[in-house]
Design a protein around this ligand. Structure first.
Ligand SMILES: Cc1cc2nc3c(=O)[nH]c(=O)nc-3n(C[C@H](O)[C@H](O)[C@H](O)COP(=O)(O)OP(=O)(O)OC[C@H]3O[C@@H](n4cnc5c(N)ncnc54)[C@H](O)[C@@H]3O)c2cc1C
Length: 492
C-alpha cells in the first residue's frame, strides 16, 4: 500500500480467475474483499459458479507470462501441483484448417491441467496476500451509488440480506452471467452497448483414463480443428492430457453439427470429423466421467469503455467479453488486461476520479484483438448470427490462410502462427516484413499427410505404426526412415 494515500478498500465481485488476479494487482494499493456466490474450495474442486471448468481449459503462454508477472513463481506452483508445461508445437499434434503442423522445437508453450487445479493454485496464492479477504456464499445484488460514483455493493450474505459493503473501487469480475450492465442502468448510467456473434457452438467433454505410460512419456495434446472456409458445420475434437494421468477429451460443433451428451455418440463423433485420430485414440479407454455439455458459448462483448461510467468502477474478464472457447482466449485476455491495470496503479490512486474509466480503457485493446480474431472466423460458419463479415475481411482471411498454409511446411511461419495464437504478440506481428516475405512464398509442398505421432506414442496408445516423420525437427524420432525432404507418403 502506498504511504501517501489514506487506506483504500476495493471490492472484487467474483473469485474466479479474473477476480483473483484483480485482487492480486490491487493488493499493493488497497485492502481487497473478494465476494463470491460460491464457497471457494481449499484445493482443486468443482463449483457451481464455474460450470465451464468441466471442459478443456488451455492457458496459452501469453496468459501464463502475464500471470507469472502478477504472481511470480506461479508456473512452478502449477507444475508442482500436477499441471504440465507443454512446448508448442513440439508437444502438440494439431490439424488446422490448412493441415498438420510439424512438431518442431519450442516456439511457445501452454499450461495443461484441469481448470479446477489451475484456479486452486492461483486462489491459494492470492488469498494468502496481505490485506486480501473473501466473502463467500455471498451474492452481489446491486451496485451502491449514483450515475457519477459507485461507493460499494449490496450483498446477500449467509448472515444478512442486502448488506452494504462500502468500497473506493468496485471491480466486476462476475463472468459471463454478469449483471453489471443492469446494475449500472439502475444507477442511471445509459448507453452501454452490447454485441454478440454466435456460431451456435456446443462443447461436450469427457475425461478418460490415459493408457499406461502415456503420462510418463509426455504424450502430446492431440487436436483436429474445423475448416471455416468449407460451408459445413465446424466440428473439432481434442485430447488434453492433464494431471493424474487423465485425458480430457472435448468435442465441439457449430449449428447443425453439434455434439450431444449421449456417451455412445462421443467416440463416433470424434471419428467422423476431418481426421479420426482423436476417436481412434479414445477407442477402448475407460471413461471416468459422464459427458458434460455446454451450450451458449457465443462471443459477447459489452462496450463499457464507450459509456459514461461512474467513478469507482470497472469490469474485467468474461463480464466484459466472452469468446468462442475454441480459441482459448478468455483467461489470457483477463490476465493481460489486469497487467495493464497494474501499470496504471503504479502511477495512480485507485480511488481517484477517472481511475475506473482509465482501467477500462487500458483493458479494451486486449479485448478488441481477441474479439476480432474470434468473431472474424465464427461469422463464416453456416447459421452464425450477429454481424456481417467486415469489408476487407476476405482479404485478411486470405492472407491469414496463406500464412497458415505456410505454417504446415515452414518453421518461421509456424513460429509466427504460434506467437499470435498464444497471444504472445498482437496479430500485427503477421504484418512484419520478415513474416510477409515468407507468407508470399508460402506453400504446402511437402506438408504432412498424417498425424505426426511418433512410433513410441502410437505404441503406447495401441495404434499401428505411422506413415512418416513427426516434423522437420522431428523431436521424438522418425516413425520410419523417410527424411524431411522425401516427398514419399507426404503429399496432401
Ligand atoms: C466451455 C468453455 C471453455 C473455455 N475454455 C477456455 C480455454 O481453453 N482457455 C481460456 O483461456 N479460456 C477458456 N474459457 C473462458 C474462461 O472460462 C473464462 O475466460 C475464465 O473463467 C475467466 O472468467 P472470469 O473470471 O471473468 O469469470 P468466471 O470464471 O465465469 O467466474 C465468475 C465468478 O463470479 C462469481 N459470481 C457470479 N455472479 C456473482 C454475483 N452476483 N455475486 C458474487 N459472485 C458472483 C461466480 O461464482 C464465479 O466464481 C472457456 C469458457 C467456456 C465456457
Amino acid at each position: 500500500m502506498t504511504q501517501s494515500s489514506p487506506p483504500r478498500h476495493a471490492v472484487v465481485i467474483g473469485g474466479s480467475l479474473a477476480g483473483l488476479l484483480a485482487a492480486a494487482v490491487l493488493a499493493d494499493h488497497a485492502t481487497v474483499t473478494i465476494i463470491d456466490a460460491d464457497p471457494l474450495p481449499e484445493g482443486p474442486a468443482p463449483r457451481r459458479g464455474l460450470p465451464q471448468a468441466r471442459h478443456t481449459h488451455l492457458l496459452w503462454s501469453g496468459g501464463a507470462r502475464a500471470i507469472e508477472e502478477i504472481l511470480p513463481g506461479i508456473t512452478q506452483d502449477w507444475t508442482a501441483a500436477g499441471a504440465i508445461r507443454r512446448s508448442l508445437p513440439t508437444d502438440l499434434v494439431t490439424k488446422t484448417a490448412q493441415g498438420w503442423i510439424p512438431r518442431c522445437g519450442e516456439k511457445q508453450f501452454n499450461i495443461s491441467c484441469s481448470r479446477d487445479l489451475l484456479d486452486s493454485v492461483v486462489r491459494a496464492r492470492v488469498t494468502a496476500l496481505e490485506g486480501v479477504s473473501t466473502l463467500q456464499q455471498s451474492r452481489v445484488r446491486a451496485l451502491e451509488g449514483t450515475a457519477s460514483r459507485v461507493v460499494g455493493v449490496r450483498v446477500d450474505t449467509p448472515q444478512e440480506e442486502d448488506r452494504l459493503v462500502r468500497a473506493d473501487l468496485v471491480v466486476d469480475a462476475s463472468g459471463r452471467g454478469s449483471r453489471a450492465r443492469t446494475w449500472l442502468q439502475a444507477l442511471g448510467v445509459t448507453g452501454i452497448r452490447q454485441a454478440e456473434v454466435d456460431s451456435g457452438l456446443v462443447y461436450a467433454t469427457r475425461i478418460f483414463e490415459a493408457p499406461g505410460g502415456a503420462h510418463e512419456m509426455g504424450f502430446p495434446i492431440v487436436n483436429v480443428q474445423s475448416d471455416p472456409r468449407v460451408p459445413v458445420p465446424g466440428q473439432t475434437a481434442t485430447i488434453v492430457p492433464i494431471e493424474n494421468g487423465q485425458w480430457q477429451a472435448t468435442l465441439s460443433g457449430t449449428r447443425g453439427g453439434q455434439p450431444t451428451g449421449d456417451p455412445e455418440q462421443f467416440i463416433p463423433f470424434a471419428k467422423g470429423i476431418r481426421d479420426p485420430i482423436v476417436g481412434e485414440l479414445l477407442e477402448g479407454r475407460r471413461p471416468l466421467t459422464d459427458v458434460a455439455v455446454t451450450q451458449g458459448t457465443a462471443n459477447r462483448r459489452v462496450y463499457f469503455e464507450k459509456a459514461a461510467l461512474p467513478d469507482g468502477f470497472f469490469a474485467v474478464g468474461d463480464s466484459v467479453a466472452t469468446f468462442n472457447p475454441l480459441y482459448g482466449q478468455g483467461m489470457t485476455v483477463a490476465a493481460q488486461g489486469l497487467l495493464a491495470v497494474r501499470t496504471l496503479l503504479r502511477a495512480s490512486d485507485p480511488a481517484r476520479p477517472g481511475f475506473g474509466r482509465e482501467a477500462q480503457r487500458a483493458i479494451t485493446p486486449l479485448v478488441g484483438i481477441a474479439w476480432e480474431l474470434a468473431t472474424s472466423q465464427d461469422i463464416l460458419y453456416p447459421g452464425a448470427t450477429g454481424m456481417k463479415p467486415r469489408a476487407g475481411s476476405g482479404l485478411l482471411n486470405a492472407y491469414t490462410g496463406r500464412l497458415m498454409t505456410g505454417a504446415t511446411t515452414h518453421e518461421a511461419l509456424t513460429a509466427a502462427l504460434f506467437k499470435v495464437l498464444t497471444m504472445s504478440s498482437a496479430p500485427t506481428h503477421w504484418l512484419r516484413p520478415s513474416v510477409v516475405w515468407h507468407v508470399l512464398r508460402a506453400s504446402d509442398r511437402g506438408a504432412l499427410d498424417a498425424p505426426p505421432l511418433s512410433d513410441a506414442e502410437r505404441a503406447v496408445a495401441g495404434l499401428g505404426r505411422g506413415a512418416g516423420p513427426v516434423g522437420p525437427a522431428d523431436p521424438v524420432g522418425p516413425a520410419d526412415p523417410v527424411g524431411p525432404a522425401d516427398p514419399v507418403g507426404r503429399a496432401r
